[in-house]
Design a protein around this ligand. Structure first.
Ligand code: ADP
Length: 162
């Protein structure tokens, strides 16, 4: 059984993330999307909420599971018996950091392979932070968020910006 882990903050999950989830789910027997709790960040949505949002948008994809984890990704990877870590790559700007993380993870655990999926062109510019920023100023972010969870997320982000 080939299991991949797709980690991130997903604060909130965007259509760019969903695109990676869909594509990665076709490459592995099972894909675990894991909301990582980062002590350096103050998220708008709690880890539980982020998990629930991702569960709702992936309800139709049979081999996707959603989880949250507070700790080192390498430990989670081992615990799950995973084959690879999946990461999305947008512009060159993602590359340096992701490359560093991939090398460090490989150092910690030589079996920890990182697989980069390039973004689909239409999501090249899309990030959770851009969505949060736009929404806090009352901008229209509806086209960036999966339809099933759009209204709730837009409403919450608008309130958070008040
Ligand atoms: P962000 O705040 O940048 O959206 P996350 O930590 O939630 O960041 O991202 C998790 C993973 O999803 C990372 O590998 C990131 O590169 C990837 N990702 C985020 N947005 C996109 C997108 N629009 N297209 C492809 N990959 C993406």
């Amino acid at each position: 059984m080939r299991i991949a882990v797709y980690p991130g903050s997903f604060d909130p999950v965007t259509r760019g993330h969903f695109d990676i989830i869909e594509r990665a789910s076709r490459l592995f027997d099972r894909l675990v999307v894991v909301v990582l709790v980062n002590p350096d960040k103050r998220p708008v949505f709690s880890a539980e909420e982020r998990v629930l949002f991702i569960e709702r948008i992936t309800a139709g994809i049979e081999n996707v599971e959603v989880d949250s984890f507070d700790g080192l990704l390498a430990d989670y990877f081992k615990e799950k018996g995973a084959t690879a870590v999946v990461k999305g790559l947008r512009a060159m700007s993602d590359f340096e950091y992701e490359f560093q993380m991939a090398l460090i993870n490989k150092q910690i655990n030589p079996e920890m392979e990182t697989l980069f999926l390039n973004t689909s062109g239409e999501y090249m510019y899309l990030s959770s932070s851009i969505v949060r920023q736009l929404a806090s100023f009352g901008g229209d972010v509806s086209s960036f968020i999966p339809a099933e969870i759009r209204d709730e997320i837009v409403e919450r982000l608008r309130k958070a910006g008040e």
